[in-house]
Design a protein around this ligand. Structure first.
Ligand code: PGA
Length: 249
């Protein structure tokens, strides 16, 4: 059985006080669920988030990390630093990292390899841009992203991987992929993985959908057979909305 996951990517939102308030509310209202629930606050608030969530099933994850073990990389955060808190899961390849910070699949392959070697779990994000969807190249683009960033990994590394398909045109825009579009791409992703590895690797990997998931569309998206949960941006900043999305899975 694949794990189901609902993860909230807070991006560059919430100071210390706001982080504590939102987490306290989420912990108090967390419904009974068989899904793993994760939140990704800003780096500076991760350690405090772990303390605030002590005793809660909500997991704290990071939004990014560097590929090097340590060294002269001013302003960067390593896997060891995260694990010492401890944070053992990291989001890599988010479209905002790709668009605003120049992260390429080649660089992401290095980050993923480091995280896997450090025994971390990775939520790897990828997805096509609007013009690629319009040009009908979305399958090709996604296949290339997966191939370049992930397909050099050994099959056993896939136990540490979670995928998050996030069409860029649906992120923060209020425009969601239809449940059918999400299912179609998720099935394609599984097919592509089974071609590169084995069917069991494809069957076991959790694939999240991300891009304007809200309380009013979550249930329909999550009902699709190859959609195993969601990576939630905007709606994860509101406790009521995030809880409603967790209840929808
Ligand atoms: P959104 O963001 O839910 O605000 O569209 C999703 C994401 O960036 O992971």
């Amino acid at each position: 059985m694949r794990s189901k996951i609902v993860a909230g990517n807070w991006k560059m939102n919430n100071n210390l006080e706001e982080t504590e308030a939102l987490l306290t509310e989420l912990a108090a209202k967390l419904p009974d669920t068989d899904a793993e629930v994760m939140v990704a606050p800003a780096f500076v608030n991760l350690a405090d988030a772990i303390r605030t969530l002590d005793g809660s099933a909500i997991q704290v994850v990071a939004q990014n990390m560097h590929w090097a073990d340590n060294g002269a990389y001013t302003g960067e955060i390593s896997a060891d630093m995260l694990q010492s808190i401890p944070v053992n899961t990291v989001i890599l390849g988010h479209s905002e990292r790709r668009a605003y910070f120049g992260e390429t699949d080649e660089l992401l392959a290095k980050k993923v390899a480091t995280a896997i070697r450090k025994k971390m779990r990775v939520i790897f994000c990828f997805g096509e841009e609007l013009q690629e969807r319009k040009a009908g190249t979305h399958f090709k683009v996604v296949k290339k992203q997966l191939t370049e960033a992930l397909f050099t990994l050994e099959a056993k590394a896939w136990d540490q991987l979670v995928l998050a398909y996030e069409p860029v045109w649906a992120i923060g825009t209020g425009e969601t992929a239809s449940p059918e579009q999400a299912q179609e791409m998720h099935a394609f992703i599984r097919d592509t993985i089974s071609g590169a590895y084995q069917q069991d690797v494809a069957d076991k990997v959790t694939i999240l959908y991300g891009g304007s998931v809200k309380p009013n569309n979550a249930a329909e998206i999550f009902s699709k057979p190859d959609v195993d949960g969601g990576l939630i941006g905007g709606a994860s900043l509101d406790a009521e909305d995030f809880i409603a999305i967790i209840k929808a899975i």
